[in-house]
Design a protein around this ligand. Structure first.
Ligand code: ADP
Ligand code: ASP
Ligand code: MG
Length: 405
């Protein structure tokens, strides 16, 4: 029998009416002859509200207790959704991440799934029931409740689809698929019918939050076909899958932006072997995720090194850099939290020279100053001032002619 994993995000289950609409759809899918496993997020803004509560009682909430708190949001959704499904005459059983057999490492707040022990889910589905699993959570190798990082329900869904060999993983959300830009910022953005895992990885990594990055990594590694679609219109959306060499590739698939990072610069670093290794090893040991790195041409035996880090890691980063600056005999450290990154992504870039030049021309025309640049074979990213981000995205989308119609 066909097995479908369906994931419903926070807005899709935001209130009782939405939960009933989702229950209708799940029941209809089941009655069409498929086995259904649903993964659900917390209702509406519940996760944000719970997080706020944590900070209301503590300036630095314990990571273990924060995970214990946040997982409660998804627990509410699974129980309510099962009640609504049972009301409609089908069997449904809810599972927390732990009960679903999602085993993670011990990193609270951004745990990685290390194994899925899906026997119980398999038995439930084989008995003809609908399984409803709490997204974004698991249990660690030391038996503590963990969360997978914001947006992590996508990862739960794709990991379960991979473990159970599902025929497809449907990600239901509040937009009709993956668009050429965030449709909230660029209303003329066009929905893509299909996008390759590689492009989706770069779109997700550079701010296209419609799919969590780790869910795309899972999908690519385990060849899970992912269908991103709307739970409001139920129309077909975007398929994420293997690159199809028989299809003509668009040069650019999308424009993305990310305003969650900060830039750190170490000024006047002695230009000799081993300095970058030392700096970035120390940051890695502190679990800081360094993103873009630029080292300037040296002059008078000294150079500057700039890099970006998640803004949430800035304080920790500064602690490391402030200490290391003395050891390295560098001149000092500065940082700028008011930056953003604008990126263009597209597999066709590999064979079309001149895209980078076009991007820089568009930004120049908007009088946007580029502070850092990084590229991969299918992506170009520019760091710009935060206030220039939205204007840059709109201008690039227009200039690259990505609009609908
Ligand atoms: P959910 O709660 O369903 O997981 P998210 O808020 O995590 O929903 O993701 C959906 C949102 O992603 C959309 O509302 C949209 O604003 C945003 N988004 C950003 N970039 C894109 C894009 N390229 N295509 C579609 N949506 C995008
Ligand atoms: N509820 C979690 C969040 O808001 C997980 C998710 O929705 O994917 O981040
Ligand atoms: Mg999401």
């Amino acid at each position: 029998m066909t097995l479908v994993v369906q994931k419903y995000g926070g807005t899709s289950v935001a209130d009782p009416d939405r939960i009933k609409a989702v229950a209708d759809h799940i029941v209809a899918t089941r009655r069409s002859g498929a086995e259904v496993l649903a993964v659900v997020s917390a209702m509406g803004r519940t996760t944000d509200e719970l997080e706020q509560l944590a900070f209301d009682v503590s300036s630095t909430p314990s990571a273990r207790e924060l995970d214990m708190l946040l997982t409660a949001g998804e627990r509410i959704s699974i129980a309510l959704l099962c009640m609504a499904i049972i009301d409609r005459g089908e069997h449904a059983v809810s599972f927390t991440g732990s009960q679903a057999g999602i085993l993670t490492d011990t990193t609270h707040g951004r745990a990685k799934i290390v194994e899925v022990r899906a026997e119980r889910l398999r038995e439930t589905l084989a008995a003809g029931s609908i399984a409803v699993v709490a997204g974004f959570q698991g249990v660690s190798t030391s038996s503590d409740v963990t969360t997978l990082g914001r947006g992590g329900s996508d990862t739960t869904a794709v990991a379960l689809a991979a473990a159970l060999g599902a025929d497809a993983c449907e990600i239901y959300t509040d937009v009709a698929g993956v668009f050429t830009a965030d449709p909230r910022l660029v209303p003329a953005a066009r929905r893509l019918d299909r996008v390759s895992y590689e492009e989706m990885l770069d779109l997700a990594a550079t701010g296209g939050r419609v799919l969590a990055l780790r869910s795309v990594e899972f999908a690519r590694n385990y060849h899970v076909p992912v269908h991103v679609r709307s739970s409001f219109t139920w129309e077909p959306g975007t398929w994420v899958g293997e690159e199809d060499p028989s299809m003509e590739q668009a040069i650019i698939s999308g424009v993305t932006y990310d305003v969650t990072e900060a830039k750190v610069t170490i000024v006047g670093v002695p230009d000799r072997p081993g300095i970058a290794a030392r700096l970035f090893r120390t940051l890695a040991d502190e679990n800081v995720n360094v993103d873009m790195i630029v080292q300037n041409v040296s002059s008078a035996g000294q150079t500057d090194i700039s890099f970006t880090v998640p803004r949430d890691d800035l304080a920790r980063t500064r602690k490391v850099t402030d200490t290391i600056v003395e050891d390295l005999e560098a001149r000092g450290v500065t940082h700028d939290a008011d930056i953003g990154r604008v990126s263009i992504v597209g597999a066709g870039m590999k064979t079309n020279p001149g895209i980078a030049a076009t991007m820089f021309e568009v930004l120049a025309h908007e009088s946007v100053n580029i502070e850092m640049i990084s590229t991969s074979s299918i992506r170009i990213s520019c760091v710009v001032a935060a206030r220039d981000v939205e204007r840059s995205v709109r201008a690039l989308h227009r200039a690259l002619q990505l609009e609908a119609g």
